[in-house]
Structure formats: structure tokens, C-alpha cells
Design a protein around this ligand. Structure first.
Ligand code: GAR
Length: 213
């Protein structure tokens, strides 16, 4: 398989810790991939600065003055120009349009800080805490036309502890996110995910479960 078949496009809006975890997995040889570009809709995103400092091809695409689909057409154009095989939403706080989903069908992943379908949308950790669940976690899924609704690739559970605040719970979930995302990316790049309706069947799942290393 050529390297471009393993080229990632990372989309982010904020801190960029998931992007950085993917970067480290690649650097450490745990994930056979190449980060082909990092795109942000926020000029001030810390993740964009991280990407620039690490000499990635890092682009700020301002959404101002563009309708949602026109914006996504620009993003898709930039991804295509760079032969991106897989798009990873890593704290990208825009809902992407059906056009984008169609162009990269089953080639866009998202990470979300809850056990979907519980607590989609913003502030998932606070919603879990407020609801009183005892277990929450994180999910990596293929992106479809809905919000946090696509077929689930992997999930990790995190216990809610008695003294938890939104911050402490979010921090423990984030540790799991950083492991889980690279694992899911590996599955997708290796062509091991078969989507059957809502289910994602993963070939030989036990062999490369990074959470068990
Ligand atoms: C992560 O917790 C991610 O799961 C969440 O935003 C955070 C981004 O952090 N994404 C969503 O809530 C998407 N619905 P990061 O910028 O440090 O990777």
C-alpha cells in the first residue's frame, strides 16, 4: 500500500490534544500513518499552533463569509489536493455538511467524549455527570449526516467517581481518548472495518487492541 493511502487530514478547533496524541502514536511507530495536513476553522486554536511548530502543513480556513457547504467544499478541495485518505475530526466544532460526508463516505472519523448514543453534542462530560450515570467514556465513530450519530468503531468506558467534577472526569476520559483514537485510525487505515448497517465489524480485533498494551 502506498504511503498516501495512509495519509491523515486532521480537523480541529481547539486545544489539539487528540491531534498531538495521534502525532505521538505515529512518531513512536504505534500507528503506521502520515499526518498530511491539519486544518482549523479557528485562527487562535492551540492545536493549529502546535501543528505549525511541528512543521506540519497547517491551514487556517476562516468560515467567515462562507455558507456551510461552500466552506466544506473548500475543506474537501484542500484534503483532495493533499491526497488525504482518512479525515479525523479531533475537537472540530463544526457540523459537517452532507456534501462532505458523501465525498468521504466512511472515511471521516470523529471522537466524542461519551459512550454514544448517550450525551451527543456539546458538554458531553457535564451531561453525563448531571445525569448521574456511573459509567461514561469515549467513542470513535464514522461520521454520517447526523450529529455524533454514525456507526461506532470503538468505545472505552470510564467510571464516574464520587468526588468527580467536570474537569476531573473530562481529564480521565481524555486519557482514554488519546489511546482510542489511534487504535480506531489503525483499524480504518488497515481496511479492517466493515460497516453493516449501524454495526462496524472489525477483522481480528483482539490482535491490535492498544488499550491492552
Ligand atoms: C475532546 O474531548 C473531544 O472528544 C471533544 O472535544 C475535545 C477536543 O479536545 N469533541 C467533541 O465534543 C465533539 N462532539 P482536543 O482539542 O484536546 O483534542
Amino acid at each position: 500500500m502506498t504511503k498516501s493511502a495512509r495519509r491523515l487530514g486532521i480537523l480541529l478547533s481547539g486545544r489539539g490534544s487528540n491531534f498531538w496524541a495521534i502525532h505521538e502514536s505515529v512518531q513512536q511507530g504505534m500507528l503506521d500513518a502520515e499526518i498530511g495536513c491539519v486544518i482549523s476553522d479557528k485562527e487562535s486554536a492551540a492545536g493549529l499552533a502546535l501543528a505549525r511548530n511541528a512543521d506540519y502543513d497547517a491551514l487556517y480556513l476562516s468560515p467567515q463569509g462562507w455558507d456551510r457547504e461552500a466552506y466544506d467544499r473548500r475543506v474537501v478541495g484542500e484534503l483532495r489536493n493533499r491526497n488525504i485518505a482518512l479525515v479525523c475530526l479531533a475537537g472540530f466544532m463544526r457540523i459537517i455538511t452532507p456534501y462532505f460526508v458523501r465525498e468521504f463516505r466512511h472515511r471521516i472519523l470523529n471522537i466524542h467524549p461519551s459512550l454514544l448514543p448517550s450525551f451527543p453534542g456539546l458538554d458531553a462530560q457535564k451531561k453525563a455527570l448531571d445525569y448521574g450515570v456511573k459509567v461514561t467514556g469515549c467513542t470513535v465513530h464514522f461520521v454520517d449526516e447526523g450529529v455524533d450519530s454514525g456507526p461506532i468503531i470503538v468505545q472505552a468506558a470510564v467510571a464516574v467517581l464520587m468526588g468527580d467534577t467536570v474537569e476531573s472526569l473530562s481529564a480521565r476520559i481524555l486519557q482514554q481518548e488519546h489511546i482510542l483514537y489511534s487504535q480506531a485510525i489503525g483499524y480504518a487505515l488497515d481496511g479492517r472495518c466493515r460497516v453493516e448497517g449501524r454495526r462496524v465489524l472489525i477483522a481480528n480485533e483482539a490482535e491490535t487492541d492498544l488499550s491492552k498494551t
